[in-house]
Write a protein that binds this ligand. Structure first.
Ligand code: PLP
Length: 428
């Protein structure tokens, strides 16, 4: 479908239930699917035909969510997973094996940092962290065993847009795909338009949008020439013993350019089992239907809050793309085309002591470890989301002791500002 995002969010991947005519996507709450014949079953398992086998690896409700988000991002296929963390792990493990490395931006969600610095390391995959201020840092950290680059589109706390095009352009001639976590910027940024090869989402955030379901998604652009880089990308170009020696970049030829996502589904999801439940896929689809509208309001409210905070005497610094100069401003203009996001951070003059006072004084905002809910949310990253990082690691990601992060909801702006006002006065 070549419709605009607002339309795709409502229509892509589904018209009506062929059996009943139901317009809302049904929840296919089933573990398995009746095969038409023994031959049909054998063909499905051999990937000679694509079809439903078992809900751990595919489900018709999840399928609509996958198709819809792939359409929104201009990709060819997607894979729904149990959480954003599962999507991140799969994104990397699909290409990198023990002894390999990836190069990642330092500006990451704390959970991703931990996964990279500890769990993937224990599995033998090295993650080399580099400062994205200079895109050339990615090239400098690359060697023959580098399988991917990884970054977030609009990483908090710094909220400086990532140079997607610049880093994708460094990787492409080397055969290195850029994986973008676009969790904080659906609709407003389309990473594939700038050369990214794979997108990761925590659907828990803006795509779901209502704080009711943990979920993740991988989206395949279908635009990365895996076959041209056989040496660089052995996982997709050498026989896979777990699938009768299938070479994924060749096996998918009759199916389209979906080698990356098909391998993730048929090997990692089969073996590790982090599937999204169909019920969560249904709830996430309800969110996706309104994501374009919500992003508009999130962005408008957040820009208004950032401008208002910047004038407050209790605040020393505001973190939001609208407050940036130089390279941050240029990147925001280039990459955040549909708005500047729903997150804003700030530092209180009162520092470490004022932070908790301010948070406890808020009445409308929820104090939770989440972002992207329709409701306004607040958190103090140094003692929560980023608390398992060392002080040096915290600073590398941009978390300081006095930093407070707001995820601005879609309430009326007057009510949001009134709550912030009374809390700032209380915190002093
Ligand atoms: N990526 C980003 C940018 C996040 O903010 C989060 C969660 O906060 C994740 C990934 C992980 O997602 P999940 O909590 O759904 O596992």
């Amino acid at each position: 479908m070549s419709h605009k995002p607002e339309t795709l969010a409502l229509h892509a991947g589904w018209r009506a239930d062929p059996a009943t005519g139901a317009v809302a996507v049904p929840i296919y709450q089933t573990t398995s699917y009746q095969f038409q014949s023994a031959e049909h079953a054998a063909n499905l398992f051999a990937l000679k035909e694509l079809g439903n086998i078992y809900t751990r690896i595919m489900n018709p409700t999840n399928d609509v969510l996958e198709k819809r988000v792939a359409a929104l991002d201009g990709g060819v296929a997607a894979l729904a997973l149990a959480s954003g963390q599962a999507a991140t792990a799969f994104a990397v493990q699909n290409l990198a094996r023990a002894g390999d490395n990836i190069v990642s931006s330092t500006d990451l969600y704390g959970g991703t940092w931990n996964q990279f610095a500890n769990t993937l390391k224990d599995q033998g995959i090295e993650v080399r962290f580099v400062d994205p201020e200079d895109p050339e840092n990615f090239r400098r950290a690359t060697d023959a065993r580098t399988r991917a680059y990884y970054a977030e589109t609009l990483p908090n706390p710094k909220l400086i847009a990532f140079p997607i095009g610049e880093v994708a352009a460094i990787g492409r001639p080397l055969g290195i795909p850029l994986i973008m976590d676009n969790t904080a910027a659906p609709i407003i940024t389309r990473p594939f338009d700038h050369g990214a090869a794979v997108i990761v989402y925590s659907t828990t955030k803006y795509l779901g949008g209502h704080g009711n379901s943990i979920g993740g998604l991988l989206v395949d652009s279908g635009n990365f020439p895996w076959e041209e880089h056989a040496e660089r990308q052995p996982a997709l170009n050498t026989p896979d013993p777990s699938y009768h020696g299938a070479i994924w970049s060749e096996a998918v030829k009759p199916l389209g350019p979906i080698a990356y996502i098909l391998k993730a589904r048929t090997t990692l999801l089969r073996d590790l089992g982090s599937c999204m439940s169909p019920f969560n896929a249904f709830l996430t689809l309800q969110g996706v239907e309104t994501v374009a509208l919500r992003m508009e309001r999130h962005c408008a409210n957040t820009s208004a809050v950032a401008a208002w905070l910047a004038k407050r005497p209790e605040i020393t610094k505001v973190f939001h793309p609208s407050q940036q100069a130089g390279v941050g401003k240029q990147r925001a203009e280039k990459y955040l085309r549909g708005g500047q996001g729903g997150l804003v951070g700030f530092e209180l003059r009162g520092g470490r002591e004022a932070g908790p006072k301010f948070i406890d004084a808020l009445k409308l905002f929820y104090h939770v470890a989440n972002i992207g809910d329709a409701r306004s949310l607040v958190i103090h990253p140094a003692t929560t989301t980023h608390s398992q990082l060392s002080p040096t690691e915290q600073l590398a990601t941009g978390v300081t002791e006095g930093y407070v992060r707001l995820s601005i909801g879609i309430e009326h702006i007057d009510d949001i500002l009134a709550d912030l006002d009374q809390a700032l006065k209380t915190a002093g």
